[in-house]
Structure formats: C-alpha cells, structure tokens
Design a protein around this ligand. Structure first.
Ligand code: 6R9
Length: 689
C-alpha cells in the first residue's frame, strides 16, 4: 500500500526497502506483538516530511558535530542552561564509572526552569494548563510558577529542610507536585518522588532508604471518579510497627496539600497543611546555588534483585541532557507549541519530560490529573482538542488500550493541532505504531519512539523529527553524542541483521551518578557485564541499515504498562504470606499491558485456613501483593502448583514457566533437576487444581 508510506522529496531519502512488504491485509490487531520474528519482516519506512524538515530544531549537522567532537557538542548543549558560574572542565572521567560533568560550574535547577523565563520577559507565558479529573482547571503562567516556587521554598525552609536534605514527595498529578519538586531543587534539597500508586510499605521502604526528613503528600487524589487516599498511606508508612521498630525515624514533618477534602487523621506535632505553611510565605527567595554535581533527585526503580534501588542524578549534567534532548527530539517551538506528556511525575519520564526539560525550554504544557477513561473514553482527545495540543508523548500500553476501545472514539475529536507524536516505556509493536500514526497523527505527524531509562536520565535512542526516516517499531539510531551499540556475549559489536545486548560505550551528561547509599553496587550493576561499557539490561537488534530495534529486558525485570517491576520483588512479597511456601513470578506477554505478572505459587502443607479453591487463594494473594507493593504489581494470574521447575543448582527456570503462562509448548527441559515437574504443572493446571 504505497500511499501508506509518505515518501517525501526531502533531502533524506528512506534508504531501506519501503512499500513492497506492507501488510495492509492484516487487521489492526493489538495482540500483534513485537517479536524478533515479526521485526525481521518489518520493511515499512517513512521519510521525514520536507515541510517538517524545513523548520526542525534538529539537523543532520547535529550528528556531524557530535561525531567530530562529542565533548564540544555537550559543552554547547550545557551552555544553553543558565549558569551562575561557568564551568571550565567538561568531563572528568578519572573516577570511572562515576562521571563528573561540568563539575566546577554553579547553577540552580529551579532558576533554570522558572526564574530565567521571568527574568527574560517570558513571565506571562503559560507554563501549565492544569486539568483536574473532576473538571477543575488552572492556568498557570511562568510568573505564577515563580511566585509559587518561592513561597514553597520558604515554606520548606521554615520546616527545617535545607541543602542536601531528602524530601519524599507522594502526590497526585497536580501542580503542587511540580512546585514541590522545584522548591526542593531551589533550596538544594534532594527530592525523591514516589508514585502515588505505590503502597504504604513501598513508600516506607523508600522514605527509610533515603532517610527523608519531610514527606509532602495530599489528603487524596481523584481517580476514576473516586477519591484515592494518600495521607492514610503516609500515616501507615510512618507508623512504628513491631516488624519495623524505629522505622522512618528520619521524618520530622508531613506537609499535606488539600486536594479532595476527604477527612484526614492528624498527628499534631508532625502534620502541617500546605496552605498554612506555604501560602503565607513571602514570594521572594534567592535560589541556593549548587555545584553541577550536587544531587538533584533520587528516584527508586526496580533492579534485578529484590529491593528497589535509589538512583540519583546530578544537577548540571542531568539538566543538560533533559533540556537538550527535549528541544531536538520534540522540536519544541515554545512560542507556539502546546506540549503534553501523559506520564506521571512519579516516573522518570515525568521528571525529565514534564518538569525539567520542557520547563527549561519554556514550554506551555498540559498537566492532567486523571485516567484516560474518566468520565469517558475520549477524555484525552477532548483535552487535545480543547487546548490545541501540538506535541503529544505517551506510552505503547495507552495506545494499545485506545486501539481496543476503537478508533471511532478519537475520530470524534478534532486532533488536527497535533504535529508530532512520541512513544516511551516499552517496545512499540509495529501495528500500534501504524495505528498511532494514522488515527491520532492523521498520517502527517512524525513519530519519535524514544528509548531510555531511569538510569540514562534522558533519551538515548530516537529518530530526530525532520531528520531521520522512521520505521514502525524501531527507535532507529543513537542520539547525537550517545555511543550506543549492540554487542554479543563477548562484548563485540554485532553485524547488521544480528541481535545482542544494548550497551553505551561513552559517558553522557545525564547518566546516573550512583545508587543511593551504595557506591559499589553502581559499578557492579551496570559496568561489570562488559568491560568499560554501560549495560542497560535490554536486548536489541541492529538491522541491515544499522537501525536499532529494542527487544525488551534480558534480565528479571518485567515491564508492565511501561512500569518496571522485578520478579524477585513480587516473589518476596508472596512468600511473606503465611499460606505460601514458594513462589515464582514471570512476565507473560499481554495484549494491553505489554507484559503481565503471572505468579506460580506452592501452598504450605501446614498453613491454616487455606481455602480449597485455587481461585480463592489467588484472590487473597492478589490483594496481598496490591497492598504490599501497589496496584501495578498485582498479578494477572496466580496459579497454584505443586512444584516449580528448577535447575540442578536450584535456580527457578522462569523461561519454562513463561512458556506455560503464554500457552506455548514448553521449551528445552534438559537442565531441569526433575524433568517431570513441567508435566505435573501442566496436568495440574489442565485439571483446574
Ligand atoms: C523511560 C523509561 C526503562 C526500560 C528500558 C526498556 C524499556 C523504555 C523504550 C523501552 C523499547 C522504548 N523502554 N522505552 N523499550 N522501546 N522506546 O521508561 O524508564 O521506567 O526506567 O524503564 O523500559 O526495557 O530498559 P524506566
């Protein structure tokens, strides 16, 4: 279907084979997933539109400059920030793998994101169109932001929080979340945002690991028409218990935003209202000027072992990566664009592409509190229509959900303002990419499929709009200045057409600086697998043109709706339940969420009160996981089995369980300690036991 492929007369021809293998006969089936096999046959390619290329922020020259001298390239990018004192050294790699970028420069993140715009005459520009789920709205200019961050900074200082202190932020997606992050940055405090969907236990673990002095929360948030409680979970997280005596002892105050107005318990000497503490403060505050390497934030993410790790990012390098990539990947024209990133500020995408990157670039953004289907399944498209959103950044899991709901829903709205679409969080399957392009983008918007991680801080692999031809399902090429490659088991680059491990071979400004409180773990986790290279944990394929196709994690990290979860993290929680003797968790392919959590559990023979029926056991355990970690970790399926397959050295063979979970014939069982185990599992499941 040649007209599906917009070959433009621009300077950059699509070099790969184009329309001859277009599978237009295949219905748009959301179950069609990215697998190595179908990526091998993907041949469609879309050249950049000449009309876009004529005005794009990025040019081919970008790559040339970076290739010629990557340090100079980054120096130029860093110079776009406002520095209180200029840096003289670009990179100090003498203590590799811990990098120091622009380390003798001095700056402040909030000054860059807010004050500079006011100073430079852009105070009246709208920073946020906030849309609450119940329909309340706020229009917040950069000047308004300036006032709010200064008051909040003074409020934090009045609570005894200062430079270097850690502040946990557990808020819904409301303007105060952005204000709280920037106010921390303004006083040099280190924020640790915990996604509002995490449980009290997860929050407690994160507060404790970072020894947070203050928790900023709200009474609740709005979710699917009801009030999601937050403050009660903070109370639970901070309550001393027999299991955790002296837990979260670092916390001196809880600062509470009134969002829903629901009744809230109060601990007098500890809890304070935001409106009592922040609102009366003077709106003048001189930012705390910090060294470029001063920690800006900690963000917890799942690793390959049980406990989530606190990754921390610097100020100067991180902000350089955030602002620079946002400018060239999203082609932001701050005077005319309306940008909307649908991520929650509790994830790295919200940090880099709602708070820091776009605000430094002076963007006008949409910030939406709720879910896409409240009060109706066209809510997002209604928001795009109403605010004239031009740049839209979301996740494949959302796109697949919209495909399932049907294209008549977006078709009912005017989406003609859109000019650029982005995707992040997991591999996007080619059919979802094509749907996004056609139904949402009206076949005129370039799609940037952006690969990156909490660790990388900013986008590492992506097409540049106006420059790079795109292929559905491929994140295409490394960003200028990023030395990404695909290597084999021995760390040798693979040839075109082959798959392997994705690595990054040179340091980059927004790379994580470490794991909070555990210096050795940083080097061990990321730099040990291949000598001198950062190993991301993802598999990838290089095609014959050298373009990159991400294939998902090669470790025990699952990706559920773009959120990272570790198999062991959920196994630990299951085994902590009195009924469970043993648990094995796998990520199974799921049509909507990408992967879904599937748990195999062995029930203890001696446990009391265990229901006879597997479904009742599964229900109880699902609730247990939800309570311990949060709703996003809740297993889709819990299967009660009598054994789990193990190697002779006792390692659970998740590969075989994944075969069962995905209804596939079970693979090679020769390394099993007991080869009859798989038959027992299948027989048990077939008989419904
Ligand atoms: C930004 C973010 C990181 C993991 C990463 C990879 C997966 C993210 C992707 C993608 C394929 C993309 N991932 N973007 N896979 N294509 N465009 O999501 O950070 O939460 O740390 O997750 O997500 O597996 O390793 P984070």
């Amino acid at each position: 279907m040649a007209n599906d492929v917009h070959e433009s007369p621009s300077a950059v021809p699509a070099e790969s084979p184009s329309s001859n293998d277009v599978r237009e006969d295949r219905p748009h089936d959301p179950r069609h997933h990215v697998t190595l096999e179908n990526l091998h046959t993907e041949r469609r390619s879309f050249a950049p539109l000449a009309s876009f290329a004529a005005h794009s922020n990025a040019t081919l020259f970008e790559y040339k400059k970076a290739e010629a001298d990557s340090l100079e390239y980054w120096k130029e990018a860093a110079r776009r920030l406002v520095w209180k004192e200029e840096f003289s050294e670009i990179l100090d790699w003498s203590d590799a793998p811990v990098a120091r970028w622009f380390h003798d420069g001095v700056l402040n993140a909030c000054d860059n994101a807010v004050d500079r715009h006011v100073r430079e005459g852009r105070g009246d520009r709208i920073a946020f169109h906030f849309v609450g789920e119940p329909g309340d709205t706020q229009t917040i200019t950069y000047s308004d932001m300036h006032e709010r961050v200064q008051k909040a900074a003074n409020g934090l200082l009045s609570l005894g929080v200062g430079k270097g202190d850690r502040v946990a932020i557990y808020l819904p997606q409301i303007p105060e979340a952005v204000v709280a992050m920037l106010a921390c940055a303004r006083i040099g405090a280190i924020h640790s945002v915990v996604f509002g969907g995490f449980s009290a236990a997860s929050l407690r673990q994160r507060i404790d690991d970072a020894e947070a002095k203050l928790v900023i929360t709200a009474d609740g948030g709005n979710r699917r028409g009801s009030h999601l409680p937050l403050k009660p979970l903070v109370d639970e997280a901070l309550a001393p218990s027999i299991a955790h005596p002296g837990f979260a002892a670092s916390v001196e105050h809880v600062l509470v935003v009134k969002r829903t107005g629901q009744p809230t318990e109060w601990t007098d000497e500890r809890d304070v209202w935001w409106h009592d503490v922040v609102d009366p403060q003077p709106a003048e505050h001189e930012p705390e000027w910090v060294d470029a390497e001063h920690p800006l934030f900690i963000l917890y993410t799942s690793g390959t072992t049980g406990a989530p790790k606190g990754l921390w990012h610097s100020t100067g390098g991180y902000l350089t990566g955030a602002a620079h990539t946002h400018r060239i990947v999203f082609d932001l024209k701050p005077e005319t664009d309306v940008y909307w990133c649908s991520a929650d500020v509790g994830w790295i995408t919200g940090h880099t592409y709602i708070v820091y990157g776009p605000m430094i670039n002076g963007a006008t953004q949409v910030l939406y509190e709720g879910t896409p289907d409240t009060p109706h399944q066209g809510r997002w498209w209604e928001i795009i229509q109403e605010y004239g959103v031009t740049i839209f950044y979301t996740a494949p899991t959302a796109i697949r959900t919209f495909m399932k709901w049907g294209e008549s829903i977006p078709d009912g709205f005017d989406l003609s303002s859109l000019r650029l679409l982005g995707s992040v969080g997991e591999p996007i399957n080619p059919e979802a990419w094509m749907w996004y392009r056609r139904v949402i983008g009206g076949e005129r918007c370039p799609i940037v499929d952006t690969w990156w991680q909490t660790e990388t801080g900013s986008i590492m692999i992506s097409p540049l709009p106006g420059v790079t031809a795109t292929k559905p399902g491929s994140a295409m090429t490394a960003m200028p200045g990023i030395a990404a490659d695909v290597v084999d088991d021995e760390g040798r680059p693979v040839r075109g057409g082959e798959g392997g491990y994705l690595v990054i071979k040179e340091p980059w400004p927004s790379m994580l600086r470490g794991i909070w409180g555990d210096r050795a773990r940083f080097a061990r986790t990321y730099w040990n697998r291949f000598d001198g290279m950062y190993f991301a944990g993802d598999g990838a394929k290089k095609d014959i043109d050298g373009d990159l196709w991400l294939l998902g994690r090669v470790d025990d990290v699952m990706n559920v709706s773009g959120h990272r979860l570790t198999t062991t993290e959920i196994e630990h929680v299951l085994v902590a339940h009195p009924w469970v003797a043993e648990a094995a968790v796998v990520g199974a392919t799921d049509a909507i969420t990408g992967q879904a959590v599937v748990a195999f559990v062995i029930v203890r023979g001696d446990a009391e009160g265990v229901p006879d029926d597997g479904a009742a056991i599964a229900d109880a355990l699902r609730t247990h996981v939800r309570k311990e970690i949060g709703p996003l970790a809740k297993p889709r399926d819990i299967l009660v089995v009598s054994e789990v397959p193990k190697t002779r050295s006792g390692k659970i063979m998740r590969r075989l369980l994944r075969d069962v979970a995905e209804n596939r014939p079970v693979g090679d069982v020769t390394t099993l300690a007991d080869s009859s185990v798989m038959d027992a599992i299948k027989d048990g499941l077939a008989s419904g036991k």
